[in-house]
Design a protein around this ligand. Structure first.
Ligand code: NAD
Length: 290
């Protein structure tokens, strides 16, 4: 259940490593982290090391990266862990956790498929063709893809659709997201996830999404969903869905105050995914939100 999931999630990553918990005893999940030198990758290494249940067997970056051969723990800021950063992956982990960019995700998805490795995909900015490739891979390996790994956002996905349905089509819907200045894709995967949940709940197609508005004659059309992206300093991630009609407005806001919320979700997903059959999963499956 969602509540149980939350209690578990808030405590599991800080559990001390139990004595005798070594790989091969069935207690640890072997993971490799792609994008290991990135913002998410460094926190994944840090929190996976703190947790009792993971063995990090690969920390991977793009070929030619200046940090290749440096110790992954030193790069993450936790001191040496005896694992040099590489651009290839020699050991075969139970799960690859990928927070990179779409072209890199495609490469690692193929590796997972060829070598029978489960994959957690947090990378955003994916296209229709990427989703199709994930569907094909999921016929032979377990794959969990989620544009946002936090419990709060996944609850928001669910209730945004329910709110849209309850309020009906006289309420205009606008989605505003804000992220740090380095973010590449726009709108965010989370904003698109929120839009999708509303589109599905209300039987509309993606053609109803409008990115920003600009011009002398661009009045809102009934049923469209406006998408707006702010890029500001070090903002971790803020999403607001506004439902407005004549005389009132209802707003749903999620604010990520740091990246660890996504990292906890991704690690929890990896632990869960390692035990699943081939198939395509979402974070809602892990958290029991379906
Ligand atoms: P970042 O730019 O800091 O890190 C990405 C890393 O991927 C870089 O270090 C880059 O060198 C590496 N990389 C590129 N090509 C690679 C390859 N072929 N193999 C291995 N590594 C490669 O970005 P970030 O802020 O860590 O975010 C990464 C992705 O995760 C983005 O798409 C972002 O939107 C997404 N993200 C998702 C969630 C979520 O909850 N799903 C949360 C935060 C970020």
């Amino acid at each position: 259940m969602a509540n149980g999931a939350f209690i578990h999630r808030s405590t599991w990553a800080s559990r001390p490593r139990p004595k005798g918990a070594v790989a091969g005893e069935g207690k640890m999940t072997d993971i490799a982290i792609t994008g290991a030198a990135g913002r998410m990758g460094r926190r994944l290494i840090t929190l996976a090391r703190e947790a009792a249940i993971f063995r990090i067997v690969g920390a991977v970056v793009r070929p030619g990266h200046p940090l290749i051969d440096r110790d992954a723990g030193e790069v993450a800021g936790i001191g040496p862990i005896g694992l040099p950063i590489s651009f290839d992956l020699k050991p075969t982990p139970d799960v690859i956790i990928d927070f990179t960019a779409p072209p890199a995700m495609r490469h690692w998805l193929k590796v997972c498929r060829d070598r029978g490795i489960a994959m957690v995909i947090g990378t955003t900015g994916l296209h229709r063709v990427d989703h199709a490739a994930i569907d094909v891979a999921a016929e032979t390996i377990p794959v969990l893809q989620a544009p946002n790994m936090s419990l709060g956002v996944n609850v928001m996905f669910k209730i945004a659709g329910e709110l849209a349905k309850l309020l009906g089509d006289d309420y205009d819907v606008e989605i505003v997201e804000a992220h740090h200045r380095f973010k590449k894709d726009a709108p965010s995967g989370t904003a698109l996830g929120l839009a999708d949940s509303i589109l599905v709940a209300t039987g509309r197609s993606r053609e109803m999404l409008v990115s920003g508005r600009h011009g002398d004659d661009v009045p809102r059309k009934r049923g469209e969903i406006g998408m707006h992206s702010l890029r500001l300093g070090d903002e971790t991630g803020r999403h607001t869905v506004s439902f407005g009609t004549l005389g009132e407005r209802l707003e749903l806001t999620h604010v990520a105050t740091n990246r660890d919320t996504f990292v906890h979700g991704a690690l929890r997903a990896a632990e869960w995914l390692a035990k699943q059959k081939p198939g395509r999963y979402s974070i809602s499956d892990v958290l029991g939100l379906k």
